[in-house]
Design a protein around this ligand. Structure first.
Ligand code: ZN
Length: 133
Protein backbone atom coordinates (compact mmCIF):
# COMPACT_ATOMS: atom_id res chain seq x y z
CA UNK A 1 0.00 0.00 0.00
CA UNK A 2 1.29 3.42 -0.90
CA UNK A 3 -0.06 6.94 -0.88
CA UNK A 4 -1.29 6.73 -4.45
CA UNK A 5 -2.97 3.36 -3.83
CA UNK A 6 -6.41 3.70 -5.48
CA UNK A 7 -8.09 2.07 -2.45
CA UNK A 8 -6.47 4.57 -0.05
CA UNK A 9 -7.27 7.48 -2.37
CA UNK A 10 -10.87 6.29 -2.58
CA UNK A 11 -11.14 5.91 1.23
CA UNK A 12 -9.70 9.40 1.76
CA UNK A 13 -12.08 10.86 -0.81
CA UNK A 14 -15.05 9.15 0.83
CA UNK A 15 -13.98 10.35 4.30
CA UNK A 16 -13.60 13.91 2.99
CA UNK A 17 -17.00 13.61 1.32
CA UNK A 18 -18.57 12.32 4.56
CA UNK A 19 -17.05 15.15 6.63
CA UNK A 20 -18.23 17.73 4.07
CA UNK A 21 -21.70 16.16 4.21
CA UNK A 22 -21.74 16.38 8.02
CA UNK A 23 -20.63 20.03 7.91
CA UNK A 24 -23.38 20.80 5.38
CA UNK A 25 -26.01 18.96 7.46
CA UNK A 26 -24.99 20.85 10.62
CA UNK A 27 -25.12 24.19 8.76
CA UNK A 28 -28.53 23.33 7.33
CA UNK A 29 -29.85 22.38 10.79
CA UNK A 30 -28.51 25.59 12.41
CA UNK A 31 -29.89 27.81 9.62
CA UNK A 32 -33.25 26.01 9.70
CA UNK A 33 -33.59 26.84 13.41
CA UNK A 34 -32.23 30.39 13.04
CA UNK A 35 -34.57 31.16 10.14
CA UNK A 36 -37.56 29.54 11.89
CA UNK A 37 -38.13 27.18 8.96
CA UNK A 38 -38.64 30.10 6.55
CA UNK A 39 -36.94 30.57 3.17
CA UNK A 40 -34.74 33.70 3.18
CA UNK A 41 -35.81 34.54 -0.39
CA UNK A 42 -39.61 34.13 -0.72
CA UNK A 43 -40.21 34.02 3.06
CA UNK A 44 -42.48 30.97 2.71
CA UNK A 45 -41.95 27.88 4.93
CA UNK A 46 -39.94 24.82 3.91
CA UNK A 47 -41.68 21.43 3.68
CA UNK A 48 -42.02 19.58 7.02
CA UNK A 49 -39.99 16.62 5.80
CA UNK A 50 -36.62 17.03 4.14
CA UNK A 51 -36.30 15.39 0.75
CA UNK A 52 -33.39 16.46 -1.41
CA UNK A 53 -33.83 17.49 -5.05
CA UNK A 54 -37.32 18.92 -4.73
CA UNK A 55 -37.73 22.54 -5.91
CA UNK A 56 -39.00 23.48 -2.44
CA UNK A 57 -36.39 21.58 -0.40
CA UNK A 58 -34.02 23.76 1.61
CA UNK A 59 -30.66 24.42 -0.03
CA UNK A 60 -27.69 26.32 1.34
CA UNK A 61 -27.00 29.52 -0.56
CA UNK A 62 -23.83 31.60 -0.49
CA UNK A 63 -25.06 35.16 0.05
CA UNK A 64 -21.88 36.51 -1.51
CA UNK A 65 -21.46 33.99 -4.34
CA UNK A 66 -18.29 31.88 -4.33
CA UNK A 67 -17.66 33.23 -7.84
CA UNK A 68 -17.47 36.72 -6.27
CA UNK A 69 -15.11 35.61 -3.50
CA UNK A 70 -17.75 34.56 -0.95
CA UNK A 71 -16.69 32.04 1.70
CA UNK A 72 -18.49 28.95 3.04
CA UNK A 73 -18.67 30.34 6.58
CA UNK A 74 -22.01 30.39 8.40
CA UNK A 75 -22.19 34.20 8.22
CA UNK A 76 -22.23 33.97 4.41
CA UNK A 77 -24.86 31.22 4.19
CA UNK A 78 -28.65 31.30 4.10
CA UNK A 79 -31.24 28.58 3.58
CA UNK A 80 -33.46 29.02 0.53
CA UNK A 81 -35.82 26.79 -1.45
CA UNK A 82 -33.96 25.08 -4.27
CA UNK A 83 -35.93 27.03 -6.85
CA UNK A 84 -35.38 30.33 -4.99
CA UNK A 85 -31.66 29.61 -4.72
CA UNK A 86 -31.52 29.01 -8.46
CA UNK A 87 -33.43 32.23 -9.14
CA UNK A 88 -30.81 34.18 -7.15
CA UNK A 89 -28.03 32.80 -9.36
CA UNK A 90 -24.78 34.71 -8.94
CA UNK A 91 -26.41 37.99 -7.98
CA UNK A 92 -24.74 40.05 -5.25
CA UNK A 93 -26.47 40.06 -1.82
CA UNK A 94 -29.92 41.68 -1.79
CA UNK A 95 -31.43 43.89 0.91
CA UNK A 96 -33.52 40.89 2.00
CA UNK A 97 -30.37 38.73 2.20
CA UNK A 98 -28.82 41.33 4.55
CA UNK A 99 -31.97 41.34 6.69
CA UNK A 100 -31.90 37.53 7.01
CA UNK A 101 -28.16 37.50 7.73
CA UNK A 102 -28.88 39.83 10.67
CA UNK A 103 -31.72 37.55 11.88
CA UNK A 104 -29.44 34.47 11.68
CA UNK A 105 -26.54 36.24 13.42
CA UNK A 106 -28.84 37.28 16.28
CA UNK A 107 -30.36 33.79 16.67
CA UNK A 108 -27.25 31.58 16.33
CA UNK A 109 -25.61 32.08 19.76
CA UNK A 110 -28.69 30.77 21.63
CA UNK A 111 -29.17 27.95 19.09
CA UNK A 112 -25.53 26.87 19.34
CA UNK A 113 -25.73 26.93 23.14
CA UNK A 114 -28.88 24.77 23.04
CA UNK A 115 -27.14 22.37 20.61
CA UNK A 116 -24.11 22.21 22.93
CA UNK A 117 -26.29 21.40 25.97
CA UNK A 118 -28.27 18.80 23.99
CA UNK A 119 -24.95 17.24 22.90
CA UNK A 120 -23.76 17.09 26.52
CA UNK A 121 -27.06 15.52 27.60
CA UNK A 122 -26.71 12.85 24.88
CA UNK A 123 -23.13 12.14 25.97
CA UNK A 124 -24.14 11.86 29.64
CA UNK A 125 -27.06 9.56 28.77
CA UNK A 126 -24.68 7.38 26.73
CA UNK A 127 -22.12 7.22 29.55
CA UNK A 128 -24.85 6.41 32.09
CA UNK A 129 -26.18 3.57 29.93
CA UNK A 130 -22.62 2.23 29.43
CA UNK A 131 -22.00 2.31 33.21
CA UNK A 132 -25.31 0.53 33.85
CA UNK A 133 -24.42 -2.23 31.35
ZN1 ZN B 1 -38.28 30.35 -1.23
Amino acid sequence: MFDGDPIIVDLRRRKKHRIAQNVRNAARERLMLAQGGICAHCEEPFPEVYEPNRPDSPTIEHVMPVSRGGKSTIDNLLLKHGACNEACGNAPPSKRDRKWQAIVAAALPAIDEARRIAGLARLQAKQASEEAA
